[in-house]
Design a protein around this ligand. Structure first.
Ligand code: NAP
Length: 413
C-alpha cells in the first residue's frame, strides 16, 4: 500500500479486519479514524469522544480501549493539504485500512462546481447503505401527539439515483448534445423543445445497487427480529428506476429470504412482511400510522427526505444518528449539518454524534458500551439537563452547554 502523505497512524492500537462475507474481527484496542468536521463539528466531537471513552471504560473495565486516529476532510483538510483538497487520499486510505470510522458534519457550499465531500466519501468507499434509526427518547419535545409510536430504521441507498452527480447546466454543449440524442429516441409529440434552456441530470438505479441495499435491510430485520421491511418508491411515475427498485426488492426477498419473509397479500405468522409504499403515501403513513412500520428501504433521494422528516417527528436532527455502511468499510456520522452560526460556542446538541457512536459500538459487537451510551442519554434527558434546542421547548429544563450535556450523559451511565 502507498505510504500516507501527511498522516502517521498510531502505534498503540490494531486494525479491525473484515472478511469477504463482511464479518468483522475487532481487537481489544482498535484504531478508529475520526473526522471532527467543520463548523460546530469540533464542539460536538470534543463532547462525544469523552462519552465514547467513558462508555468503553465502564463497560469493559479497562480491557478494551479505542485508539483514536484523526484524519481530515472538509475545511481542515484544505488548510492542511492545500490545493483545494477537501477529501485527501490519506483519509480514504485510513478508513479503508482501519475499516470503521466516525465523522462530524462537513460544509457543502451550494452550486459553484463544489462536489459534496459527504457524497464523495460514500461513493469513493462504496458505502452503499445509509442507515438511520429514528426513535423517540422520553421527554424530548416533539411536534406530534404520540412520538413513541415511530420507531423505524431507514436503509437509504447511498451511491446511485440523482446523487450520482451526473448532470449538466442548461445551455452547456453536453446538455444540448444529450438532449438532442434523447429527442432522437422520442416520438415527435414527446420531444423536448428549446433544449438550450434545459438543465439535465441522470438518475441511474441498478439491479445490483438496489438489491444489495434491500438485502442489507432484510438481514438487519432478521437479526433484530423486526416484523416488516417496506420498500419506499415512486414507481408509479418513474417505472424503470423507482419501480424497478421495488421489483428488485421483492425479487431479493423471494430468491434469498424465502424462508423468513412473506408478502402483505400472503402473510405468514412469524415471517417478516415485505411491503411497498409509494413515497408520498409513506410520508403520510409515518405521521398517521407510524407503528405499522419498522424497517424502511428506500432509493437515495426518497430516503434523504424521509429520514429528516422522521427525525423532525421525534424531536429534530440534534438527536438523529446515522451510518454509511459498505461491504468493506463503515463511517458513522452526525446527520445534521455544520450549524455554522453556533461554531465554537459549545452550545449545540452533541446527541446525533453521540448516538452514532452507539451505533458504531453495536457494529463492533460492543453492545454493552452501546447500551451505556443509550441509557446515559435517555437518563440525561429525563433529568432535563439538555442543550438549548430542547431546553427552549421543555418545561422546567436546565439549559446546559454541549460539553455539559456530555457530562450529564457520562454521569447518568
Ligand atoms: P444544519 O447545519 O443542520 O443546521 C440547520 C439548523 O438545524 C441549525 O441552525 C439548528 O437550528 C439546527 N441544528 C442542526 N444541528 C443541530 C444540533 N446538533 N443541535 C441543535 N440544533 C441543531 O443545516 P444547514 O444550515 O442547512 O447546513 C449547514 C452546512 O452543513 C451546509 O454546508 C450543508 O451542506 C452542510 N451539511 C452537512 C451534512 C453532513 O456533513 N452530513 C449534512 C447536512 C448539511 P436552530 O437555528 O433552530 O437552532
Amino acid at each position: 500500500m502507498a505510504p500516507y502523505a501527511k498522516l502517521t497512524p498510531p502505534k498503540d492500537g490494531r486494525a479491525i479486519t473484515v472478511a469477504s462475507d463482511g464479518t468483522l474481527t475487532v481487537p481489544t484496542n482498535p484504531v478508529i479514524p475520526f473526522i471532527e468536521g467543520d463548523g460546530t463539528g469540533p464542539d460536538i466531537w470534543r463532547a462525544s469522544v469523552r462519552v465514547f471513552d467513558a462508555a468503553v471504560a465502564k463497560a469493559f473495565g479497562g480491557e478494551r480501549k479505542i485508539t483514536w486516529f484523526e484524519v481530515m476532510a472538509g475545511e481542515k483538510a484544505n488548510t492542511v493539504y492545500g490545493d483545494n483538497t477537501w477529501l485527501p487520499d490519506d483519509t480514504l486510505k485510513a478508513i479503508t485500512e482501519f475499516v470503521v470510522a466516525i465523522k462530524g458534519p462537513l460544509t457543502t457550499p451550494v452550486g459553484g462546481g463544489f462536489r459534496s465531500v459527504n457524497v464523495a466519501l460514500r461513493q469513493e468507499l462504496d458505502l452503499y447503505a445509509c442507515v438511520r434509526p429514528v426513535r423517540w427518547f422520553p421527554g424530548v419535545p416533539s411536534p406530534v401527539k404520540e412520538p413513541q409510536k415511530l420507531d423505524v430504521v431507514i436503509f437509504r441507498e447511498n451511491t446511485e439515483d440523482v446523487y450520482a452527480g451526473i448532470e449538466w447546466k442548461a445551455g452547456s454543449p453536453e446538455a444540448q448534445r444529450l438532449l438532442e440524442f434523447v429527442n432522437a429516441l422520442l416520438p415527435e409529440r414527446k420531444r423536448l423543445k428549446d433544449v438550450h434552456q434545459i438543465g439535465v441530470g441522470v438518475k441511474p438505479m441498478s439491479e445490483q445497487g438496489s438489491k444489495r441495499l434491500v438485502r442489507r435491510a432484510i438481514r438487519w430485520a432478521e437479526a433484530k427480529n423486526k416484523s416488516s421491511v417496506t420498500l419506499v418508491h415512486k414507481g408509479n411515475i418513474m417505472k424503470f428506476t423507482e419501480g424497478a427498485f421495488r421489483d428488485w426488492g421483492y425479487d431479493v426477498a423471494r430468491a434469498e429470504f424465502g424462508a423468513t419473509t412473506c408478502t402483505e397479500n400472503e402473510p405468514v405468522a412469524g415471517k417478516i412482511i415485505m411491503k411497498d409504499r409509494i413515497a408520498d403515501s409513506m410520508f403520510q403513513q409515518v405521521l398517521l400510522r407510524p407503528d405499522e412500520y419498522s424497517v424502511l428501504a428506500t432509493p437515495n433521494l426518497n430516503g434523504d427526505y424521509l429520514s429528516d422528516a422522521c427525525a423532525a417527528q421525534v424531536g429534530g436532527l440534534g438527536m438523529a444518528p446515522g451510518a454509511n455502511i459498505g461491504d468493506r468499510a463503515a463511517v458513522f456520522e452526525a446527520t445534521h449539518g455544520t450549524a455554522p452560526k453556533y461554531a465554537g460556542l459549545d452550545k449545540i446538541n452533541p446527541g446525533s454524534l453521540v448516538l452514532s457512536g452507539a451505533m458504531m459500538f453495536e457494529h463492533l459487537g460492543w453492545d454493552a458500551a452501546a447500551k451505556l451510551v443509550l441509557d446515559g442519554t435517555t437518563r440525561a434527558i429525563e433529568k432535563k439537563r439538555v442543550t438549548y434546542d430542547f431546553a427552549r421547548q421543555m418545561q422546567g429544563a436546565t439549559e446546559v452547554k454541549c460539553s455539559e450535556f456530555a457530562d450529564a450523559i457520562i454521569a447518568s451511565m
